[in-house]
Design a protein around this ligand. Structure first.
Ligand code: PLP
Length: 452
């Protein structure tokens, strides 16, 4: 910049106004120190001191196409000049095209799209559709999951954030999914873990009464709770259980969808077709808030003559839909989904496994595509997590130090509990991925100092 002093002053003014008036999510307001951001492009964003950060978080794992993609920015500008807003009840070209593109990409008979403004609302509506379709009330959700922060979504969520927010919505039943590294089933192989997790699920359904269960909701690949890739046969097994008892199978692809796993939808990795699929984030990289539910023909039929009781003022917002159309087209034209698959297989996966060999704090490396996590431990033998679950303050020192070491070296990490998630944009280049891995190599030494 031409005027570094003026820039820095602007940064301080942004920060001061933020601290005075912005109430931040998931935070104790006086304990946070948000970084003031001046701009972003591709895999980077920067502050008012011109310090650049390689975005290995994709913000909240949503900028799959990177920051400020010119085709998406232009599409939003063009749509704004044409038609900024219109109620959901009208047919408009940009909404029809967005729905058609999404339905064409979605597997099986998922063919109708109900638009929302984000992921949690998509989950709310998927659950409502399942309850109305089946006439049943209970919904099964997994521990180690995140489904959003609105009422039904936070109640379905299976991580410790649920407890303080829980407003006790009736009919939510939690169960354990497969996770061999921290097995709840004393399993020693993936096959054993899968078989026992399915047996546990079916037994829980039997005790709850299958005729009372409307839906099972799962993240196809669990995201925030640790990038847990299901073992072969698990999703197929859940599909079979749902078919056996007439239960609606909801896959939550808010984080895993739209390229993150190296496929358009994570379900494509296993060829599994749910009855309802939620999406948000990557659909338009969050350039304008957008999410939705992709609905099977069978469930859509329930609402052919009976009204669906749900809708939002901004459902299918033209600016959001324009950015989704441009995002999907750019992802297709530029091979961005293929890039995520390739970078995962050739750079991120091998690179992270190499880091695990050198750093005793890394207990397990998990992931695929541009979707990875390092499970950090105090002791590789006992697998004791580097920090206790839900750690805060002094208990969280080692993770806080690790995050600070990354930021100091110009890498913005995604840290959750005892895990470092590696989730760059799906557009990340080989050189950027290697730059990030080199920074992680240095920063992980900070965490090594905290383990046995
Ligand atoms: N579902 C999953 C799997 C998510 O990862 C998230 C957000 O991280 C949500 C739902 C909630 O999405 P939103 O924050 O857009 O409401």
């Amino acid at each position: 910049t031409t005027d570094p002093k003026g820039q820095a002053a602007m940064g301080l003014a942004v920060k001061a106004a933020d601290r005075a008036h912005v109430f931040h999510s998931w935070s104790a307001q006086s304990l946070i120190d948000p970084l003031a951001i001046a701009g972003a492009g591709g895999s980077y964003f920067w502050d008012y001191d011109d310090k650049r950060y390689l975005d290995f978080s994709s913000q909240l794992v949503n900028t799959n196409i990177g920051h400020q993609h010119p085709k998406v920015v232009a599409a939003i500008q063009e749509q704004a000049a044409k038609l900024c807003t219109i109620a959901p009840g009208f047919a408009v070209d940009v909404r029809s095209v967005a729905a058609r593109l999404i339905a064409e990409l979605a597997p099986g008979d998922l063919n109708k799209v109900f638009f929302t403004n984000g992921g949690a609302e998509a989950v709310e509506n998927a659950v409502r559709m399942a309850r109305l379709h089946t006439g049943r009330h209970k919904v099964f959700a997994a521990y180690r999951s995140y489904h959003g922060a609105t009422s039904a979504a936070i109640n379905l969520t299976g991580d410790p954030r649920r407890w303080p927010s829980d407003n006790g919505s009736a009919g939510v039943v939690h169960f354990w999914g497969p996770h061999l590294y921290r097995s709840n089933f004393h399993a020693t192989t993936e096959a054993e873990e899968c078989e026992r997790a399915l047996a546990h699920l079916e037994q829980t359904i039997a005790y709850e009464g299958p005729q009372s269960v409307a839906a099972i909701i799962l993240e196809t690949v669990v995201g925030t709770a640790g990038v847990l890739v299901p073992p072969p046969g698990y999703l197929e097994g859940v599909r079979a259980i749902c078919d056996k008892y007439g239960i609606v199978f909801i896959l939550d692809e808010v984080m895993a969808g739209f390229g993150r796993t190296g496929r358009w939808f994570a379900a494509d990795n296993w060829g599994v077709v749910p009855d309802l699929m939620t999406f948000a984030k990557g659909v338009n990289s969050g350039y304008v808030p957008l999410g939705g539910v992709i609905i099977s023909e069978r469930i859509a039929e329930t609402f052919a003559t009976r009204p669906y009781p749900g809708g939002l003022t901004y459902s299918g917002h033209p600016l959001a839909c324009a950015s989704a159309v441009a995002t999907i087209n750019a992802m297709r034209d530029e091979g961005i989904v293929e890039n995520a698959a390739e970078i995962g297989e050739t750079v991120l996966g091998p690179g992270l496994r190499e880091l695990a060999e050198r750093h005793p704090c890394v207990g397990e490396v998990r992931g695929l595509g541009a979707f990875w996590a390092l499970d950090l431990v105090k002791d590789r033998e006992t697998r004791e997590p580097l920090v206790p679950y839900n750690a805060s303050g002094a208990d969280n020192r080692s993770m806080a130090d690790l995050a600070a070491a990354c930021k100091q070296r110009g890498l913005w990490p995604f840290v959750n509990m005892n895990r470092l998630h590696v989730v760059p944009p799906c557009t990340v280049t080989e050189a950027e991925a290697k730059e990030g891995l080199a920074i992680l190599d240095e920063a992980l030494s900070v965490a090594d100092a905290h383990c046995a």
